[in-house]
Design a protein. Structure first.
Lengths: 113, 117
């Protein structure tokens, strides 16, 4: 069965500090991996994706994520957090050959001024 | 970037009535759109895949007669919640796949919050 796990419901980080939002997955085939961000009462916005190639991918707003095949992880990172980064973050995976996405349960990031 | 518009953004209706939510891709043609449901503090649950010109594909456990999906054109998909009940109250989000981009890189609407009294 396909699954995506975001083990932390909430992550708090001080402004200016590095942040990490964790994601692990269990899917068949070679997955496509994604991170999306959701602001209150809004739809999701695409941040970045991993399809193939370099394990470290860079995305919007200074975010990056590292694909680790052996650990089946795709953690989202940013070197220096901003208050405006506070939002709900979703990891998503598209299993090989599938057309739809499976989402994690989301992690609420709060950046403290 | 591509724009997906959802309307209405919020709606309140009485129990037993039907509500239609529209999802439009404004600057590209989308042969495939997806409808999700999101409960408070929970993830997005895929309800169905909407295919232009053909019947929608529903996920297991989603009542197709309850949640009617129509994808009549390459830029419009509609979700109709029929005979709505309070347990149908939720945040409904659509997404569209832009041709030429990696499958899974979806563009999402702003969501529609349905409250059934």
């Amino acid at each position: 069965a396909q699954s995506v796990a975001q083990p932390e419901d909430q992550v708090n980080v001080a402004e200016g500090n590095p942040l990490t939002v964790k994601c692990t997955y269990s899917v068949s085939g070679n997955p496509y991996l994604f991170w999306y961000v959701q602001y209150p009462n809004r739809g999701l916005q695409f941040l970045l994706k991993y399809i193939t190639g370099d394990n470290l991918v860079k995305g919007s707003y200074g975010f990056e994520a590292e694909f680790n095949k052996s650990q089946t992880s795709f953690h989202l990172k940013k070197p220096s957090a901003l208050v405006s980064d506070s939002a709900l973050y979703f990891c998503a995976v598209r299993p090989g050959g599938a057309n739809n996405l499976f989402f994690g349960t989301g992690t609420r990031l709060t950046v403290i001024p | 970037g591509a724009v997906v518009s959802q309307h209405p953004s919020w709606v309140i209706c009485k129990s037993g009535t039907s509500v239609k939510i529209e999802c439009r891709s404004l600057d590209f043609q989308a042969t495939t759109m997806f409808w999700y449901r999101q409960f408070p503090k929970q993830s997005l649950m895929l309800m169905a895949t909407s295919n232009e010109g053909s019947k929608a594909t529903y996920e297991q456990g989603v009542e197709k007669d309850k949640f009617l999906i129509n994808h009549a054109s390459l830029t419009l998909s509609t979700l109709t919640v029929t005979s709505a009940h309070p347990e149908d109250s939720s945040f409904y989000i659509c997404s569209a796949q832009k041709p030429g981009l990696a499958a899974g890189e979806l563009f999402f609407g702003e969501g529609s919050r349905l409250t059934v009294l």
